[in-house]
Design a protein around this ligand. Structure first.
Ligand code: XUL
Ligand code: CO
Length: 438
């Protein structure tokens, strides 16, 4: 690669809402304080390696459109080093604090697991140097346990224990590298942890295998002193028809069954939420309610397409609802907004990569400002608080504490001649109130 991929690798600046420059921020002003934290602290933006640097722009009907220079050449390790240079240029241009990767995004697969792991560690050494020079940090690492054909019937949930072992060996290396790079989380997305037909599947065995695998990961995390959070990323389908990590609530049930609900949190993705028939904010609220909110893969799906389109999140209204739930959950601790999003296959220019991230960062920043206004106004919050006031009375509390029986309830209603009157849920009023802040 002779000429630099990004001709002008200088950081994008904040120019304010009036700016028409697509290579400037209009709302994301990283040092601006909102609700007690800077925008940068709220968002903890991360760029993902896979969509931005390894995806060639193909679809089921056609191949590569992007023709990235680092994807064509005879020496795969040399190409991986070129890719690292371009990636860190983009991170610098976007002025994000974090990045994320799969092991196979950053380094080529070798002829054995040992060789593949060595390749990953060699590139991670380059990352360590670049992190040192730039101050950039790793939000999370993960292992790709779905692309290679050995994983076609699953990784942890494969019928063959040797495949389970292979996957475990790959995760061990990815966890080691993530820990050494100071990663703040480690993600497990069960790409092939599911099945196509019960005719060839022992479902009970596969679920036990998945539980064992996750327990091994948690055990290794503690023994090696990894301080980050372990995150599972729910998704209901694609690539498998029935995926075990269907949605947040299903993952919670799975964690409970294996005693891991205090050990593992979730990485919620907008597109996965809508594939599960939920809204983005539903999944965020559920994770918060269950105490397992970890991080977010930020993108958007298409309501009319049943697959993972991974488009850049630009819908300010939807992001405002999401931001409200994230703030109610107490905000990110180890997590952040990871751009698990890809530009469309016709977006060929280097600038398209920059504009996509900048536009989505701005949409989230605007959503944060909207959420701040709605929270400061307080109408919606106080409506919900009043609606549940009865549960905060001694009577409501005694039910929740398990101090009352079914007979107590019957005696209370019959004895006191209780006849509860329905009250309006006022949905349209609340939607109108929220629209004032969009
Ligand atoms: C797949 C997906 C993955 C995970 C990491 O839909 O979202 O990229 O985020 O493996
Ligand atoms: Co994702």
């Amino acid at each position: 690669m002779n000429a630099p991929f990004f001709p002008n690798p200088t950081p994008v600046a904040y120019e304010g809402p009036e700016s028409k420059n697509p290579l400037a921020f209009r709302y994301y002003d990283k040092n601006r304080v909102v609700l007690g934290k800077t925008m940068q602290e709220h968002m903890r933006f991360a760029v993902c390696y896979w969509h931005s640097f390894t995806w060639p722009g193909g679809d089921p009907f056609g191949g590569e459109t992007f023709e990235r220079p680092w994807m064509h050449g005879s020496d795969p390790m040399e190409l991986a080093r070129q890719k690292a240079d371009v990636a860190f240029d983009l991170f610098k241009i976007l002025d994000v604090p974090f990045y994320t990767f799969h092991d196979r995004d950053i380094a080529p697969e070798g002829s054995s697991l040992a060789e593949s792991n060595r390749n990953v560690r060699a590139i991670a050494e380059i990352f360590a140097r670049k992190q040192e020079e730039t101050g950039l940090k790793l939000l999370w690492g993960t292992a790709n346990l779905f692309s290679n054909r050995r994983f076609m019937a699953g990784a942890a949930t494969n019928p063959d224990p040797d495949v389970f072992a292979y996957a475990a060996g790959q995760v061990k290396n990815a966890l080691d590298v993530t820990r050494e790079l100071g990663g703040e989380n480690y993600v497990l997305w069960g790409g092939r942890e599911g099945y196509e037909t019960l005719l060839n599947t022992n479902l009970k065995s596969e679920i036990e295998q998945a539980g064992r695998f996750l327990s091994m990961v948690v055990d290794y995390k503690h023994r090696t002193g990894f301080k980050g959070a372990i995150l599972i990323e729910p998704k209901p389908k694609e690539p498998t028809k029935h995926q075990y990590d269907f949605d947040v609530q299903t993952v919670y049930g799975f964690l409970k069954a294996f005693g891991l609900e205090k050990e593992v949190q979730v990485n919620i993705e907008q597109n996965h939420a809508i594939l599960a028939g939920h809204s983005f904010e539903h999944e965020l609220a559920m994770a918060s309610a269950l105490g397992i909110f970890g991080s977010v893969d930020l993108n958007r799906g298409d309501d009319r397409l049943g697959w993972d389109t991974d488009q850049f999140g630009m819908n300010v209204a939807e992001l405002t609802l999401a931001m409200l739930e994230i703030i109610k959950a107490g905000g990110f601790t180890t997590g952040g907004f990871n751009f698990d999003a890809k530009i469309r296959r016709q977006s060929l220019d280097p600038d398209d990569l920059i504009v996509a991230h900048v536009g989505s960062m701005d949409a989230v920043a605007r959503a944060l400002l909207n959420a701040e206004a709605a929270i400061k106004d307080g109408t919606v919050d106080s409506f919900v608080k009043d609606r549940y006031a009865g549960w905060r009375t001694p009577f409501g509390q005694s039910i929740l504490k398990g101090e009352k029986t079914l007979e107590d309830m019957a005696a209370y209603v019959e004895g006191g001649d209780i006849n509860p009157q329905p009250k309006s849920g006022r949905q349209e009023y609340l939607e109108t109130v929220l629209n004032r802040f969009l």
